[in-house]
Design a protein. Structure first.
Length: 246
């Protein structure tokens, strides 16, 4: 019981100041000792005990914690402001760059869609390729499509560059990625054999029943009907004292 009474006494000492009594009472009677915040019974022997408030001043710690929290909040606000300022600056720079690009694009588009002085075939291949690559709006693509599908006056039909431009624009209008321009074929066209040039007539020197000889000493074998076959395979025809070979 003494141990229990001691625990009760310690519990009373640990009570918060708002509910802790300023005095405790030690009561003894009938061989028992108890502690209470109320006076003892008449039959008990009472002893008053002064109890000091069991409290710790933590105001300094709380003030330090509040200062630290306020500092962290200020740092977070400054960081958020810096990020927003950086985002706005980047947005302004991007907008300025877009404006410069759009101005340059329109200027290049104007040069690419202007027929060169003295040109009889409309836009050149390089102009069409540049214009199609620079086209951005549907209105620009529609105008280029009309140019690419209109036969130039005097031309037999659409040129290769017109067909290529129309194919690229058609793909873009269908929402597909615009293909690159078709490669230029620099292979030279096959050369046509030149027509055989007739040799100048040669003079017949003498003849025999099998044929004749000309002034160059070449044998002309008789092929009948006034014709001869020369040793190099050419066919020759007699015209008076001369012979013409083809």
């Amino acid at each position: 019981m003494k141990i229990l009474a001691r625990y009760i006494f310690l519990a009373l000492l640990s009570l918060p100041p708002a509910i802790q009594a300023q005095q405790a009472y030690r009561c003894s009677g009938s061989g028992q000792i108890t502690y209470s915040d109320k006076p003892c019974n008449n039959e008990s022997q009472e002893r008053r005990i002064n109890v000091k408030p069991n409290s710790v001043d933590t105001s300094a710690e709380r003030a330090y914690t509040e200062r630290q929290q306020s500092r962290r909040e200020q740092e977070q606000e400054q960081e958020a402001w810096a990020q927003e300022h950086q985002r706005q600056s980047a947005a302004i720079q991007n907008a300025a760059a877009d404006q410069r690009y759009e101005k340059e694009r329109k200027e290049l588009m104007r040069h690419a869609t202007t027929v060169l002085p003295g040109s009889k075939g409309g836009l050149t291949r390089s102009q069409r390729e540049m214009a199609v690559g620079l086209s951005k709006t549907q209105e620009e693509r529609d105008e280029l499509m009309r140019e690419a599908t209109t036969v130039t006056p005097g031309a037999p039909g659409l040129t290769a560059s017109q067909r290529d431009s129309a194919s690229r624009l058609s793909a873009a209008n269908r929402g597909r990625p615009m293909p690159p321009p078709a490669p230029i074929d620099n292979t030279p066209p096959p050369q046509q054999p030149s027509p055989a040039t007739p040799e100048p007539p040669s003079l017949i020197v003498n003849c025999d029943p099998a044929g004749c000889w000309d002034t160059s000493g070449r044998r002309l074998n008789n092929a009948g009907g006034g014709n001869f076959s020369r040793g190099d395979g050419k066919l020759c025809t007699r015209a008076g004292p001369n012979v013409i070979c083809h």
